[in-house]
Every structure is written in structure tokens, then in C-alpha cells.
Design a protein around this ligand. Structure first.
Ligand code: IMP
Ligand code: MG
Length: 184
């Protein structure tokens, strides 16, 4: 059993198969992303918009590596139930209070799989008249048939297996793991 995991009963019967990205590897990549993002926005107001819940750990580490003024807000989009296959349905559960008009918007996502969640979000956010809209994804599976907007900032190209940890869940389990692992 890998560190930080509980008994099988507590994890819906799924076990971790192996670590795919360890904590040090993630930290180094997040530092580099912070430098890239800092350089990419020399002026203007920057709003970092995290897609909950999956991006919560990534976003909190990432914003501490961006060395320019910014604001943080969140969106909740639910597409997966307790399943590991996307239902394709995306529900928007919360809209940020913050005005998006005239600001650089950086949408932060945990993982791009089918791209349905992001496509829906991009369509909604574009209507709010931002100065710019770009995506930062921790993981990219490169399996999406059509992306409205290709992520400009990507942490890692991901294997096609189902991944958990560092914010990513399976049926709400495993989000707290400090590393990213695959499931059996
Ligand atoms: P998409 O709409 O199919 O791109 O799915 C995006 C969302 O599905 C992500 O924000 C995750 O919450 C979830 N997801 C997709 N692949 C994985 C995975 O391998 N592990 C955990 N969650 C995933
Ligand atoms: Mg999820």
C-alpha cells in the first residue's frame, strides 16, 4: 500500500498501482510554470480562475510561484460522478462574483481528458468579455477530439490511465495525496 492511503474499504475498493509524478517532480514543474506565467503577463489585471475541486492543490501551489499582482476565484463544474468515464455532461455549479471584463483570465484545470469541461467553460467565459483567456492545465492526456482553446501552460503530458492525487479524485477519494498515482 502506498503512503497516505487507507484500507480498500475506505477507497471504494480501488487501490493505487504506482506513483506517476512524485512530489518533488511536481514542485519543480509548478515553479517553472510560475515563471512562465509571470513572464507571459507583463501588464494588466490577472484573474486566476480555478476549476474546483480538482485544481485546488495545484492552484494554491501555483499562485505562490507567480510573481506579479493577481486575484483568485473559483468555478465548480461537475462532469464525472463516481465513475472513471466522462458522462459528457458539464454542470456549472458556481459563478465567480468577480467581474471578468477587461482582465486577463487564466483558467486553471487539473487534467484535460475529453476536453468537454474546458470547452463548456471557455464558451461561458468568453461571453464575459475578458481581455484575454488562457488555460493552465496540470495534466494533459492529449485525447480530446476538439478543444476550443488548447492549454498554453501544461504541467505534464499524462498517460491515458486514470490518475489520482494532488487534487485529483476517484469518487472523492485520494485528493490529498502529495503525489500523482495511477489506479489498479
Ligand atoms: P473532461 O471534461 O473529460 O476533459 O474531464 C475533465 C475532468 O474530469 C477533470 O477536471 C477531472 O476532474 C476529471 N478527470 C479526467 N480524467 C481524470 C483522471 O485521470 N483522474 C481523475 N479525474 C479525471
Ligand atoms: Mg473529478
Amino acid at each position: 500500500m502506498l503512503p497516505g492511503t487507507a484500507s480498500l474499504k475506505q477507497t471504494g475498493g480501488r487501490e493505487l498501482a504506482g506513483i506517476v509524478f512524485d512530489a518533488d517532480t511536481i514542485a519543480a514543474r509548478v515553479r517553472a510554470l510560475g515563471r512562465e506565467i509571470t513572464a507571459a503577463y507583463p501588464d494588466g489585471e490577472l484573474l486566476v480562475l480555478g476549476l474546483l475541486k480538482g485544481s485546488f492543490i495545484f492552484l494554491s501551489d501555483l499562485v505562490r510561484r507567480i510573481e506579479r499582482p493577481l486575484q483568485v476565484d473559483f468555478l465548480v463544474a461537475a462532469s464525472y460522478g463516481a465513475d472513471t468515464v466522462s458522462s459528457g455532461e458539464v454542470r456549472l455549479l458556481y459563478d465567480p462574483e468577480t467581474t471578468l471584463r477587461g482582465k486577463h483570465i487564466l483558467l486553471v484545470e487539473d487534467i484535460v481528458d475529453t476536453g468537454k469541461t474546458l470547452n463548456r467553460m471557455v464558451t461561458l467565459l468568453r461571453r464575459r468579455d475578458p481581455r484575454s483567456l488562457d488555460i493552465c492545465a496540470l495534466l494533459h492526456k492529449h485525447v480530446a477530439e476538439h478543444l476550443e482553446l488548447e492549454p498554453v501552460f501544461v504541467g505534464f503530458d499524462a498517460p491515458r490511465s486514470f490518475l489520482v492525487g494532488y487534487g485529483l479524485d476517484h469518487a472523492e477519494n485520494f485528493r490529498h495525496l502529495p503525489y500523482i498515482a495511477s489506479l489498479t
